[in-house]
Design a binder for this molecule. Structure first.
Ligand SMILES: [Zn+2]
Length: 139
């Protein structure tokens, strides 16, 4: 590939929490699970998964932990000032991080390929055509 790498940078509403990722996401998709809906107040969360080594965060966050489907805990980070939900995982601990793609500076850089937890999808929200759907979490 000769083209310039796409920049995946973004942050919260007030700008106190920021991130910048290098390289391409491991996977990009839409999550319709109940927890993501409740955490965001929206119909689904668009996400990108990055290796922890490929992403840099700045700014303090508030962490909220909830039981994860596969055991353990899911951690969601939001800005203590504006409340914007920005990313998942514990910085310095987890091997990868979920970025909530609605926070991208350039939202057109997001290209979802999967839809997960479609069993929890409300009937009033559709899955875009062309995505590979999973009832829960793919292996
Ligand atoms: Zn903020």
């Amino acid at each position: 590939m000769n083209s310039e790498p796409i920049s995946y940078a973004g942050g919260c509403l007030c700008g106190a929490v920021r991130y910048a990722a290098s390289g391409e996401p491991i996977v990009s998709g839409l999550c319709y699970c109940r927890d993501c809906r409740r955490a965001s107040g929206s119909a689904f969360i668009p996400f990108m998964l990055f290796d922890a080594a490929a992403i840099h965060f700045s700014g303090e966050t508030v962490q909220f932990r909830s039981p994860a489907l596969r055991g353990g805990e899911a951690t969601r980070n939001s800005c203590p000032k504006c409340g914007g939900l920005v990313f998942g995982g514990v910085v310095g601990v987890d091997e990868d991080h979920t970025i909530y793609a609605g926070t991208l500076d350039e939202p057109s850089h997001f290209a979802p390929v999967v839809a997960i937890f479609t069993r929890d999808r409300p009937e009033w929200v559709t899955v875009p055509p062309g995505l590979v759907s999973f009832e829960t979490m793919p292996d």
